[in-house]
Design a protein around this ligand. Structure first.
Ligand code: PFF
Length: 486
């Protein structure tokens, strides 16, 4: 018998579990900060409604209708489009190789919480003591073994979480979804009562209409929406393939989209109030109080934890455990999507052996991010994979469903499953808004990056980032060819 979710709630929780993760607590705040706080929030919300939710509905329908993982889901409509499914999985795999390194940092912070060892200058602690960071991406500085050890521990935890398959996934997330909201509440209450917090919040919440003209902000808003909703990664297709026949697709997409983005918004409140506090302490403007990179929240959260009136250590530990549990159900959703795709093609491989193989390859790729220059590579690969991987997948999905198949019957199927109808607005966004906006953003971004290198990194390093995406693409095409012959 085919594996199914126990009930609709189990599916919603698992999908929320995949969506809510480090993307909300780690990536959203630093991307919002990098692209100007209030300047980012409007494009972000527009991206949620014009692309995030419509594509979530699309992926749920695709998975539910075909009952396949991503490659076969596309392939069941058009044989030579399987590669798109593989590409989305390759992109997700690329993400998880560094995502788990951030989980490893969180592990390290969990232990440091018991002595609040980051002290009064968390930024210095993060760079010098945790990362032992080098001065450039070309100076790898050898492997940081502590990071590597916790990377391996992370993968062991992921492997065991999915040992029994999709049913357990549904159960694990009961814990991982509720706890974070409670912890966030405490952080927010302390954060917004810190001196200077208001300045941080006004940086976060005051819209900057002038910045709306900048396509770089837009492409990053769309990329963040895809990342955070786990859209374009083959995950939601795989998860919805396990839905029972009657499933309220449109409603589910709204619930998941809102719950997820609301969580990011709250995380932003905590982080920006702490940035306001840092600005107050140092006398610098909020916009340059910390480096706006992947390390941002490892400065911001410890700053608030330091300032809690009591139980700082316990609370700090609880916070980092929460980050880990949040990360883990996102990470295993990927392994699940990848192994479903592979098992549908190579039926004879034992599932557990495959999961093990995926984990081992991910650790090997993760070595680069575990080096002392790893943060630079993490930043570069994260940038390329989200803007050229995720956004391109989202664009192609819209073209595929909007133009290459019978869109009307696809939409009818979707609406038959739903209480709220996905009417004209859905069709317009899939056929027009998503393709046009994303195409303009991709073209502009490419031209722009040829002129001004991303974050001032050496061109050669950026070429490696780009080559990494190409490699993923080539692997996807090879995988889909191989299958045709089998
Ligand atoms: N939606 C997840 C998050 O925001 O944290 C992103 C994610 C990353 C999902 C990596 C899956 C994955 F393998």
């Amino acid at each position: 018998m085919k594996e199914k979710w126990d009930n609709r709630l189990a599916f919603i929780l698992a999908a929320i579990g995949s969506a809510i993760g480090l993307g909300n607590f780690w990536r959203f705040p630093y991307i919002a900060y990098r692209y100007g706080g209030g300047a980012f929030l409007i494009p972000y919300l527009v991206a949620l409604f014009t692309a995030g939710i419509p594509l979530l509905i699309l992926e749920f329908t695709l998975g539910h209708k075909t009952e396949h993982g991503a490659p076969l889901a596309f392939g069941s409509y058009r044989k030579n489009w399987k590669w798109l499914g593989w590409f989305s999985i390759a992109v997700a795999f690329g993400i998880v190789t560094y995502y788990t390194v951030i989980m490893s940092w969180s592990f390290i912070y969990f232990f440091h919480s018991f002595s609040l060892s980051w002290g009064s200058i968390p930024e210095l602690f993060f760079n010098k003591m945790v990362l032992e960071i080098t001065d450039s991406p070309f100076n790898l500085g050898g492997i940081n073994y502590i990071i590597l050890i916790f990377l391996i521990v992370t993968w062991i935890a992921i492997y065991y979480s999915i040992y029994h398959g999709v049913k357990t996934v549904g159960k694990v997330v009961y814990v991982t979804v509720i706890l974070p909201w409670l912890i966030l509440l405490v952080l927010i209450i302390r954060g917004i009562t810190l001196p200077g917090a208001l300045e941080g919040l006004s940086y976060y919440l005051t819209p900057n209409f002038a910045a709306l003209k900048d396509p770089t902000v837009w492409i990053n808003a769309y990329a963040q929406i895809f990342f955070t909703l786990s859209v374009g990664l083959g995950i939601m297709i795989a998860y919805s393939s396990y839905l029972p026949r009657k499933a309220d697709i449109v409603n589910n997409a709204f619930i998941i989209g809102f719950a997820n983005c609301f969580t990011s918004f709250l995380a932003g409140i905590a982080v920006f109030s702490s940035l306001g506090f840092l600005a107050y302490q140092t006398g610098k403007p909020v916009s340059d109080v910390v480096a706006s990179g992947p390390g941002l929240v490892f400065v911001a959260y410890p700053t608030i934890i330091n300032m809690l009136p009591f139980a700082n250590k316990i609370f700090g530990a609880l916070f980092f455990v929460m980050l880990l549990t949040l990360g883990i159900d996102s990470a295993f959703s990927l392994v699940e999507a990848a192994s479903k795709a592979a098992l549908e093609q190579w039926k004879k491989i034992p599932r557990r052996a495959l999961n093990l193989l995926i984990s081992i390859i991910a650790i090997i790729v993760g070595l680069i991010f575990s080096s002392r220059g790893g943060l630079y590579w993490l930043d570069i690969i994260d940038h390329y994979i989200s803007t050229y991987g995720l956004v391109v997948v989202g664009f192609l999905e819209a073209i595929f469903i909007g133009y290459l198949i019978n869109t009307k019957s696809f939409q009818d199927y979707m609406n038959k499953q739903s209480e709220i109808m996905a009417g004209k607005w859905w069709l317009y966004s899939i056929k027009i808004v998503v393709p046009v906006v994303l195409l303009v953003a991709i073209v502009y971004n490419t031209i722009n990056e040829l002129r001004t290198p991303y974050e001032g990194y050496p061109k050669l390093a950026l070429n490696f980032g780009f080559a990494f995406i190409l490699l993923l693409l080539i692997i996807s095409i090879l995988l889909s060819r191989k299958q045709r012959r089998l």
